[in-house]
Every structure is written in C-alpha cells, then in structure tokens.
Design a binder for this molecule. Structure first.
Ligand code: FES
Length: 175
C-alpha cells in the first residue's frame, strides 16, 4: 500500500522564508534541505520543487545532494521513529528478526515502505549506535532498548504505543 496519504502539507511561504534566510545558490543546497527535513521529518517533493523553482539550484543538483547524504529522507516519516541497529554485533544477535517482528506488528508488508500506513511509526535500519555489548538494540524516539530477545521488541513497541495513544495494526498480539 502506498504511503502517499502521509505526505506533508507544504507551505510555500515557509520554503520561501528558508530561501530568504539561507540563500539561493548551490552552496545553500545542504542547509536548505536540512531546514526542510527539520520541519517535515523528510524532504517532501513539493518543497524540493519549490526550491528548484525559486533558487539557482537546479533539480539534478538538489536531488543529487538529497540522495547522496544518508541524513536525508525522501519518504514521509511516522509520528514516532524506531531505529533498529544493524551494526555487526546487532546483526549477529538477530537484528533482522527484530525488524521483521516490528514491521509485522505495525502491518508494514510492502518491502518498499518503512512507515505504518496510519502514520504511527517508522522502522529504520541504522548503523552501529555505539552500545554493542547490549546487542541487539533498538531506539524508539531516541530511547534505547537493549538485549532484545524473543518478543521483547514487540512488547516495548506495544507499551510505547499505549503510552502515546497510538494504534498498532495487531493489537491483539500485545503481551
Ligand atoms: S552493532 Fe548495534 S550497537 Fe554496535
């Protein structure tokens, strides 16, 4: 299923404000993209097109920068971010299993998507987050959950969802 419904509503005046403040030549590409992503959590196509229309940065320059740096996302994000560490230690300890379990709980079946269709959570794979002795590890909104075994990841997700009034796809599998 497409996550098109999760696309942000872009205010052209905001984009113009960033251009006015940051600049409009090629050297402004990275800071402009950072401003857009800070505001929307990713780089909405509409905002990217506005930058191309209103600056001297052409489309290939802007999209080249957006796709070169891992910090930039071209797809919408959920209200909460789950980062599953896929560094070597976590990979060996079953990071793939964690990922599968979380995606199942969130009903994310399309391998091209990483965000639940209700916009609740995004599941992202990340490189080593620096606490390998606690592998496997995931972060939910920046909070680390270490030594995840069995159904631990789903259990933490369900607890987090309850605390934040989020609906998961498979509530019946909670604890
Ligand atoms: S490999 Fe996961 S924390 Fe280092």
């Amino acid at each position: 299923m497409s996550n098109a419904s999760l696309e942000a509503v872009v205010d052209p005046d905001h984009v113009q404000g960033w251009i006015d403040a940051i600049g409009s030549d090629a050297s402004a590409a990275v800071p402009l993209l950072q401003a857009i992503q800070t505001a929307y959590g990713y780089l909405p196509r509409k905002a990217m097109n506005l930058v191309v229309e209103r600056t001297r940065i052409n489309a290939s320059q802007l999209f080249g920068v957006a796709t070169f740096y891992a910090q930039f996302r071209l797809k919408p994000v959920g209200r909460h971010m789950i980062k599953v560490c896929h560094g070597t230690a976590c990979h060996v300890q079953g990071a793939d299993r964690l990922n599968t379990s979380l995606r199942h709980a969130l009903g994310i079946g399309d391998p091209e998507q990483d965000t639940a269709t209700n916009g609740s959570y995004t599941v992202e794979n990340v490189a080593c987050i620096g606490c390998c002795s606690l592998a496997p590890v995931m972060l939910i909104d920046g909070q680390a959950f270490p030594n995840l075994k069995g159904a631990d990841a789903q259990r933490h997700l369900h607890k987090h969802a309850r605390e934040h009034n989020e609906i998961l796809a498979l509530q019946e599998s909670a604890e």
